[in-house]
Design a protein around this ligand. Structure first.
Ligand code: SF4
Length: 281
């Protein structure tokens, strides 16, 4: 059943370059009482990150995870003491420098995108994660995302098996079919598409959209409050459509858990995830 909230619990955010916009949007996320914010930081966004850094550490605000390329770690380490209050997802290219973060941030995770190109980094991530005891998070990509093919999943599965499926490495995989291929329980933490329901994505330009994989616009956070956008009928309609199960999936034994998979990876609204091989008994 769809959860009705006064704001999303979790927001992914492409941090803007402008310090003023970053400050304003962060304040609105705090006022909206969002619990978790995953912030994608580019090199151009580092000054904006520094501008709001102290605010990220204030008690009572959202728990923050910064997602950024390993190339930026040296610059990140020059940020203030507030760094110890946030978690970091490190994107490739991975290097031995990743270890510099140990003891400086709350939690470290190796991240890669759930795309054919992103998964090419899986082997490197497994090597470092095994050595340092870190988790790996395979993130849902930005639109327009291409559904993984059988060969992409098979390659990832091969790398995971060749590494001995190390129990010391915690794998977090959003893509249901990739998760299944890697021997995880795809439904362990999946209750259907959360876009526009418990999750939203905030773009560089301040637009609030359903999810970074399916950027259906919900409102402009620069002009409105999060609570006002969340109250809008249009937002509720989008959440309802995304949390529904496509008709073509109703005969499937997994329909209740899977809900048709990711609507952002479907060929059209109300259709099933292109990664799905078809209805199961
Ligand atoms: S559209 Fe829904 S299922 Fe797909 S990545 Fe976004 S939240 Fe997840």
């Amino acid at each position: 059943m769809m959860v009705e909230l006064s704001a999303p619990l979790r927001v992914t955010w492409d941090l803007p370059e402008g310090e003023g916009a970053a400050r304003l949007l962060w304040r609105k996320l705090v006022e909206g009482r969002v619990l978790f914010v995953e912030m994608l930081v580019s090199s151009a966004g580092l000054p904006a990150l520094n501008a709001i850094g102290e605010d990220l550490a204030l008690p009572g605000g959202p728990r923050v995870t910064l997602t950024l390329s390993a190339d930026l770690l040296d610059q990140l380490l020059n940020c203030g003491e507030w760094l110890s209050k946030v978690s970091v997802n490190i994107l490739p290219p991975y290097s031995g420098d990743c270890g510099k973060l140990v003891g400086r941030v709350k939690e470290i995770c190796l991240a890669l995108w759930s795309t054919p190109e992103g998964l090419l980094e899986f082997e490197g991530a497994i090597g470092i994660a095994k050595e340092l005891g870190w988790a790996i998070s395979i993130l849902n990509p930005h639109a327009k995302a291409v559904a993984l093919k059988d060969e992409d999943r098979a390659n990832a599965q091969k790398k995971w098996r060749e590494a001995g499926e190390p129990s010391s490495v915690s794998l977090r995989v959003h893509d249901l079919f990739l998760s299944e291929a890697l021997g995880l329980d795809p439904f362990a933490s999946y209750a259907g598409c959360a876009g526009a329901s418990t999750l939203a994505h905030l773009t560089h330009a301040g637009k609030l959209v359903a999810c970074r994989t399916l950027p259906l616009e919900l409102g402009d956070l620069l002009d409105s409050s999060l609570a006002d956008i969340w109250k809008m009928e249009g937002r509720g309609r989008v959440a309802k459509v995304l949390s529904g199960t496509p008709e073509e999936c109703l005969a499937c034994s997994l329909a209740g858990s899977c809900g048709g998979g990711c609507p952002g990876l479907a060929p059209g609204a109300g259709l099933m995830d292109s990664s799905c091989a078809g209805v199961r008994d």
